[in-house]
Design a protein around this ligand. Structure first.
Ligand code: IMP
Length: 497
């Protein structure tokens, strides 16, 4: 394709000359504003019809969402959300850390479900490859931070290191395209060095060696999707394409902006979309944030509004180590009793059980916190968030049964009229009746008051609130008149932790 041609459809293979006066498209960036797992994929599902390309710009198989389709459940980690919206082209940018084996599995599963990816999925040739030794290193060192063990940190570290002991350690997808045998050989050399250093006794030796053996087959599957044109997305936008960048992880886990060392290893802030997503920032239109009303965090690190504070963090850390998860908690505890406790740690545990806050893949309990509007206000300001979707608002109604007798929220001192007012306020009006009314598209004083309260405290408008797990329960706040999204062919989406 030449720079003067445009594709009329998302299928990149068909091209037409660009109309001379074709207006350029634009890009929006959607990011999570808390600690991950805010339900970004669900919002992308709602918005996908408004975009021509959905693009990833950071992270790799450490992210993920599970989608229920009429053909069964599929867990996707690297495929951009929106894969079930056939009109949308999909792009994986150079800022991603690519696990080729897992991506090939996703492609195979999607094909078996009849999802067409030919001409639709484009992966930057400059995306870094997660190599077997990265996965082994991450598993060995994961406990200190509680990483997902997908090799993401070591992969980005090697990308910056470039050469170790005079041998290249960073490889990109394009290297496999250009010289597969040499690249696989170089990867094997690093892995062998690590195996020898460990005396050949590591439990992962066979698994990692097998990954390298399988790499040529995996590349046969990926090769047609590798995009060597660094301007692929730019050309699409120049021809009018509307792009939605989809952030993996969330801004509080950014490698620089988050709290070191309890962060992921890539940039998760929206500005990075234009580096890792291979597009000029001049096409930026707006920044969309996604947050969750029942806050949660997996892994270690600060969490100012955590219910039960250090006790909760310790409990969840030990639970993850002992593989105690959802079933164990439901066998041992009664959520309704815990909810009525005066102990914030027990209220947090009850909310976890009642709202399903467990890692989807691992089942490990997530740490639970009250909605932190003070933190959201700072994030909104720092990253210029134009509008925000708040998921799981319906789950806040559980608080009415607790000793809080309303929804406790941490608020910013800047918004309080006096320093004598506590920085946790209780909103009493969010009743089941208000929520039921909201699901029908109406705002009563209870729900309307909640929306006003949140908007005032975070300093940006709410674009939608989640009032239930189904897509139709997303109440879109388009100006004053709320709308409920129409039901299209939309699979159910839940996020990983
Ligand atoms: P890594 O990204 O696997 O290196 O893990 C670093 C930190 O980020 C750990 O605390 C992980 O639990 C967290 N993390 C990474 N990916 C996600 C995600 O998709 N959701 C929530 N937390 C994540």
């Amino acid at each position: 394709m030449t720079s003067a041609s445009c594709s009329t459809t998302s299928s990149a293979s068909s091209t037409l000359p660009a109309p001379p006066d074709a207006p350029a498209g634009y890009a929006d960036v959607l990011v999570g504003l808390q600690y991950g797992d805010e339900g970004k994929a669900k919002i992308i599902d709602v918005l996908a019809t408004e975009y021509d390309v959905i693009a990833r710009f950071n992270g790799g198989a450490n992210a993920g969402h599970t989608i229920d389709t009429p053909l069964g459940r599929i867990a996707l980690k690297q495929m951009p959300s929106g894969v079930f919206h056939p009109h949308a082209a999909l792009y994986i940018g150079s800022g991603c850390a690519l696990n080729p084996w897992k991506l090939a599995d996703e492609i195979t599963q999607l094909r078996e479900m009849g999802v067409e990816l030919d001409g639709r999925l484009h992966i930057s040739a400059r995306a870094a490859i997660v190599q077997p030794h990265h996965i082994a290193l991450d598993r060995r060192g994961s406990a200190a931070i509680g990483t997902t063990g997908n090799g993401i940190g070591p992969c980005y570290a090697d990308r910056a290191l470039r050469v170790r002991n005079e041998a290249r350690v960073n490889f990109m997808l394009g290297d496999l395209l250009d010289n597969e045998a040499e690249t696989v050989g170089a990867m094997r050399q690093v892995l062998t060095g690590m195996i020898n250093a460990d005396g050949g006794t590591s439990p992962w030796v066979a698994e990692m060696s097998d990954l390298l053996l399988r790499l040529p087959d995996v590349m046969t599957l990926l090769r047609p999707h590798v995009e060597i044109d660094r301007n692929w997305l730019t050309r699409r936008v120049k021809c009018g394409a509307r792009v939605l960048f989809e952030g993996a992880q969330s801004v509080l886990l950014d490698v620089v902006d988050g709290s070191q060392p309890y962060v992921t290893s890539s940039h998760t802030v929206p500005a990075y979309a234009y580096v890792g997503g291979d597009l000029s920032p001049k096409y930026h239109r707006r920044t969309i944030g996604v947050a969750k009303a029942i806050m949660s965090r997996v892994g270690r690190g600060p969490f100012p509004s955590e219910l039960g504070g250090e006790r909760s963090a310790k409990y969840c850390r030990e639970a993850a180590e002992k593989h105690i998860g959802i079933e164990h908690e439901h066998e041992r505890f009664c959520a309704d009793t815990l909810l009525r406790s005066n102990d914030a740690f027990e209220v947090g545990a009850a909310l976890r059980m009642l709202t399903g806050e467990y890692g989807t893949g691992t089942g490990r309990p997530r740490r639970i916190g009250m909605l932190d509007l003070a933190q959201l206000r700072e994030v909104v300001k720092a990253h210029g968030v134009d509008r925000l979707y708040l998921n799981k608002v319906d789950c806040l109604a559980h608080y009415l049964q607790s000793s809080y007798q309303g929804v406790p929220m941490r608020v910013h001192r800047d918004v309080l009229p006096s320093e004598h007012i506590p920085d946790v306020l209780i909103y009493p009006g969010l009743t089941e009746r208000s929520l039921a009314y909201g699901r029908e598209g109406h705002l009563d004083a209870g729900l309307g008051g909640f929306i006003d309260f949140v908007e005032r405290h975070i300093g940006t408008p709410l674009a939608g609130i989640g009032l239930g797990p189904e897509r139709a329960s997303m109440l879109l706040l388009d100006g004053a008149k709320p709308t409920v999204p129409s039901c299209a062919v939309v699979p159910q989406v839940t996020n990983h932790g």
